[in-house]
Design a protein around this ligand. Sequence first.
Ligand code: FAD
Length: 304
Amino acid sequence: MKALLVGEFRQGKVEESTYELVGFAKQYGFDHVMFIVAKEGVDIKYDSKLYLADADKYGEYNPDAHKKLIEQVVEKENPDYIVFSHSSYGWDMAFRVAADLKVAPISEVVEYKDGSFIVPCCNSKFRREVKPKTEKAVITLQGGAFQPVAEGTPQIEKIDIEVPESGVEFVGYRVPEKKGVDLTKAEIIVSVGRGVGKKENIQLEEELAKVLGAELGASRPVVDAGWLDQSHQVGTTGQTVAPKLYIACGISGAIQHIAGMKKSGFVVAINTDKDAPIREIADVFVVADVNEFVPVLTQKLKSA
Ligand code: FAD
């Protein structure tokens, strides 16, 4: 099988997710080449052929031009799979390319198995296995599902086309204003999940955080329910954190949450379900009711 990996370049830098595409290709032993729109002389660690289009000419965001460029590489390389990150760029481009090439699009892939792709569904409670019926497929990879691989020096081939007319004008990026807590700098995070049961119970985690000098993190349902504000959210649509200690309280370990905290130094997870997926990445896994365990832990720490 051969994969065309579509890398991402933003504001002068290759996006880290690009290397997850390489990790995916290597994990399943695919032949692979990469395409990217980037500045000439870009620092990219990749050990195969890289089709490079000039960001100064095509722009970092120009879906009409990028689509044409990608299709030119598809023609040259005839890949089985055209692989994007499931990012705002990836989910925008992937479906344009799939529609143009009339091939199956499959999004948010977390695994590959004998020609089928595994995609989480129902809030990651289930997984569906999807097999493309078309000869080629366009897929997007869930952020954090594959280990990034950044190694080697690419054999660069420049790629050039006439810039097509576009109905879209790229105005610029807007960085969201930082409000509330900055979890990225925290050394210890006590993170609250749906398993705490109700907003009032969060005071138990707040107390534990106070004793440890920690910040309070949260899973998305906690934020969606309005129990904590969005600045506490950890995960693909929240903050990416790397504390020395991460204490997950009533968090199941959905891939979107793990993607945001897997670089934590030491992970303690408290969960009533002994098979909760977070167990796989926890250094210490406590099977207990979080509302009973946390106050006892806080008391022990206070008296230590
Ligand atoms: P649940 O999955 O409901 O898990 C609750 C856990 O608590 C369970 O494991 C249960 O066994 C345990 N539990 C229940 N009662 C107790 C108790 N008394 N004591 C101890 N344990 C108990 N999620 C994020 O967190 N961050 C994101 O950025 C994010 N982005 C997303 C983006 C997209 C596009 C999508 C589709 C989803 C995203 N999600 C994100 C949601 C994600 O898929 C999960 O639904 C979410 O992480 C689950 O949160 P949770 O673990 O708190 O809740």
